[in-house]
Design a binder for this molecule. Structure first.
Ligand code: 13P
Ligand code: SF4
Length: 316
């Protein structure tokens, strides 16, 4: 039995995971907010859109998804016949939690003439009740393709919704949800940090609140933030998103300096996503060895949720 074996070192996990990957014909997909050891062993690291695309394109028989539940669910919706594993089934998302499907359906019923454009950070049930899914990297492009006379419901992130209204010039009715990590960044501490690092550029994820975004030199999805620090001439960046992304930034441009932005809570300097960090290298190994936990959805839900995801992929 796996659980009775001697504790394993990271090196052992790495070897064991590689062996299981070969034996199972599996691909490991990881989001940038995963712990460094998981990022280092993944076949692909990406933002929500890139990971969805990788999941759709893979020839592997098994997808091991190191990210949060809605991301693994997306991989399953795109691959209904494949086994999709997640190291910790409890790795949820506060944004997805802020939009229960019954309340979302009532929101839609109260606004029957509206088109529902929904951020991918939501459950499969909410996806199934939406018209088009988007991510932070394609939302602007998708909204710009919607005819001007068609009113839009945008759910569930109010900060991303507000930001998109500004960048697209489009009025939208926005669901009142938010991410607990991105809404916790402190404007005051960000300004103090900028004063002590005047040449640093501020880069932020659009899930942050408007006051924090107003200081940003660049706003984008995790992948776009990574591309920006590679191509921009600045040598120092204040990073206003989950600090897991800094691992890839330091790998890509080791001569540059990355400073994680602090949250409001003065007792803590960490803005880690508690859900993303539920996945560990040990749980990754255990889920591959046991082929569990896995994502399970009814065929009806898989079919319904696929339509708005396919629209997203076609429009982005
Ligand atoms: P990205 O798609 O930009 O990686 O964002 C995912 C996410 O959950 C941000 O909090
Ligand atoms: Fe969800 Fe926020 Fe964590 Fe992203 S950082 S997975 S939006 S809780």
């Amino acid at each position: 039995m796996i659980l009775q074996e001697e504790p394993r070192t990271h090196l052992n996990y790495k070897d064991e995971i590689s062996r299981l990957k070969r034996e199972m014909n599996a691909v490991i997909l990881a989001h940038y907010y995963q712990e460094n050891s998981i990022q280092d062993i993944a076949d692909y690291i990406g933002d929500s859109l890139e990971l969805a695309r990788r999941a759709k394109e893979t020839n592997a028989e098994v997808i091991v998804f190191c990210g949060v539940h809605f991301m693994a669910e997306t991989a399953k919706i795109l691959n209904p016949d494949k086994l999709v594993l997640i190291p910790d089934l409890a790795a949820g998302c506060s944004l997805a939690d802020s939009c229960p499907s019954d309340a979302f359906k009532a929101f839609r019923s109260a606004n029957p003439e509206y088109l529902a454009v929904t951020y991918i950070n939501c459950t499969a049930e909410v996806k199934a009740a939406s018209d088009i899914i988007c991510t932070s990297s394609n939302a602007e492009k998708i909204i710009k393709q919607i005819p001007l006379d068609k009113p839009i419901l945008f759910s569930p992130d109010r900060n991303l919704g507000k930001y998109l209204m500004k960048t697209t010039g489009r009025e939208m009715k926005v669901w009142d949800g938010a991410c607990l990590v991105h809404e916790a960044f402190s404007e005051k501490r960000l300004v103090d940090l900028k004063l002590s690092h005047p040449s640093a550029k501020i880069i932020a994820h659009p899930e942050c609140e408007e006051n924090v975004l107003s200081y940003s030199d660049y706003i984008g999805s995790t992948s776009k933030l990574l591309q920006f620090v590679i191509s921009d001439s600045a040598a120092e960046f204040i990073v206003v998103t989950e600090p897991g992304i800094i691992h890839q930034m330091e790998k890509a441009v080791p001569n540059k300096n990355f400073i994680p932005a602090p949250p409001n809570d003065n007792s803590c300097n960490c803005s880690e996503c508690p859900y993303m960090k539920l996945n560990t290298i040990e749980k990754l190994y255990l889920c591959m060895a046991a082929q569990s936990p896995k994502i399970e959805l009814s065929t009806e839900l898989l079919n319904k949720a696929l339509l708005p995801l396919e629209k997203m992929l076609a429009m982005s």
